[in-house]
Design a protein around this ligand. Structure first.
Ligand code: SF4
Length: 314
């Protein structure tokens, strides 16, 4: 099993996503851009420790002034490289062309089927057009494994099938459906956006359960494979193996700079922010997937209870 590293290299982003889980870090970190020299040191160390995949994250990672240099350096160390992006920088053809040769995988954040929804959710007009330009630019170069991450909230839930129409048009074959996480930076519960907006924006689990079969049908029609994150396995029912809870063995480690310090701290092995804010309730006792399942977000439980959970019995 290959070892994954998530490396937080930027603590800034010009967007203002309503579900952002990084607002706290971006506000508190001394660094907008983590120093390149330190990034290189850590990349060397991690490579020696057996890491073979590095995903650069942020904020918006492509904003790092030495982004190209960092990617090149990673390739020299024989990492497989990837990053999630809002598409802002890749919308520039010159930037895209220089970056793509050093890239293996990219994840586009696409939260709406049109500019109205997407731009509203990311808090930036013109953002949807940037994504389209970025996808088109990327498709001009060497083939890069691309997938879409949709953070699902009330505003886009009923139009997810339309997002799939869009993704099919642009030849996406993989999609991650991410349930909104009530967290703000490595699981800290603060008054940042992801945490603050959770109660009013999260999709009820019963609605996920009702809506998923139709979404999956659409994805199958387009030959798009789906994974879900942040959803209790029992909500997926017969589609349970779409849950990325079953992929935990693919170890991910996160490196990020400690607040106001130049050093980088390793936030040990973690599959996502989601695990730090999820709990198991009494209902989960004796459920067949209790050990594998993430459970339910604590905040969700506080607001809506756990009546929607239906444990799998042996
Ligand atoms: S009952 Fe609990 S442990 Fe079982 S699948 Fe549902 S949330 Fe997960």
């Amino acid at each position: 099993m290959e070892k994954h590293l998530e490396f937080f290299i930027t603590y800034t982003c010009p967007y203002n996503c309503v579900f952002c889980t990084e607002t706290l870090w971006m506000r508190k970190s001394k660094w907008k851009f983590f120093p390149t020299k330190e990034i290189k040191k850590r990349l060397i160390l991690r490579r020696r420790q057996g890491f073979t995949i590095v995903k650069f994250v942020g904020g918006e990672p492509t904003l790092h002034p030495d982004f190209l240099e960092i990617l090149k350096f990673s390739k020299k160390l024989k990492y497989k490289t990837g990053f999630p992006t809002n598409g802002l920088m890749l919308a520039r053809l010159d930037f895209c062309k220089t970056v793509v040769p050093f890239l293996d995988e990219i994840s586009f954040s696409i939260h709406g089927h049109n500019a109205k929804t997407h731009d509203k959710l990311v808090g930036k007009s013109g953002a949807f057009n940037n994504v389209i330009r970025a996808i088109k630019n990327l498709d001009l170069g060497k083939s890069v494994d691309k997938f879409a991450n949709i953070v699902v909230v009330k505003d886009n839930f009923r139009n997810i099938e339309k997002i799939f129409d869009f993704l099919h048009k642009y030849n996406f074959e993989k999609v991650l459906l991410s349930n909104m996480i009530p967290a703000d930076g490595a699981g800290f519960k603060t008054n940042g956006l992801g945490y603050k907006n959770f109660g009013k924006l999260t999709v009820r689990l019963q609605d996920w359960e009702k809506g998923l079969p139709q979404i999956i049908k659409k994805a199958k029609l387009y030959n798009i494979s789906i994974q879900t994150s942040g959803l209790p396995i029992c909500i997926l029912k017969k589609y349970k193996f779409l849950s990325n809870d079953f992929l935990r063995s693919a170890k991910t480690w996160a490196d990020r700079s400690a607040e106001k310090k130049i050093s980088i701290e390793t936030i040990s092995e973690y599959p996502s922010d989601a695990t730090t804010v999820a709990i198991k309730t009494k209902v989960c006792e004796n459920c067949r997937y209790e050990k594998i399942c993430l459970g339910i977000f604590e905040e969700y439980y506080k607001i809506f209870g756990d009546k929607e959970l239906k444990p799998f019995r042996n």
